[in-house]
Design a protein around this ligand. Structure first.
Ligand SMILES: N[C@@H](CCC(=O)N[C@@H](CS)C(=O)NCC(=O)O)C(=O)O
Length: 123
């Protein structure tokens, strides 16, 4: 199914249309009249609980936040590598993933909880 961009002519939404056009991707515009409060309609809130455009629906992927949408489009493997809008991001993501707080958050799960429970019983 063609991607749907939930849109109103503002800069945040327009930068997504620029990227879509530059990448040559097919998309449909779904107008959300934010001056008429359409961003608060339940059907749009289901797409973006923040009630703000832009938002992108790509089959089962729903995205909001223009910077996140740009990254999604740029990294979509079906998009031939995109425009490489964020060349420095790979290293940045790797550095974030290596942070102790992120490691701790990623490590939480049933197995670690079980280990922790057994470790606590030792005291
Ligand atoms: N950080 C968000 C900002 C989104 C945003 O502020 N959208 C505005 C239009 S540019 C909006 O939908 N405003 C409606 C409202 O505040 O009710 C992004 O970059 O996508």
């Amino acid at each position: 199914m063609t991607m749907q961009l939930h849109y109103f002519p503002t800069l945040n939404a327009h930068k997504v249309t620029i990227a879509l056009e530059e990448m040559g991707l097919a998309y449909e515009v779904v107008m959300v009249d934010i001056l008429g409060d359409e961003q608060f309609r339940p059907e749009f809130i289901a797409i973006n609980p923040n009630g703000r455009i832009p938002a992108l629906v790509d089959d089962d992927v729903t995205m909001f936040e223009s910077a996140a949408i740009l990254q999604y489009l740029d990294r979509n493997p079906e998009n031939g590598g995109g425009l490489d809008l964020f060349p420095a991001l790979a290293a940045w993501h790797a550095r974030i993933a290596a942070r102790p707080a992120v490691q701790r958050a990623l490590a939480v799960g049933p197995v670690t909880e079980d280990m922790r429970a057994r470790w606590l019983k030792k005291d």
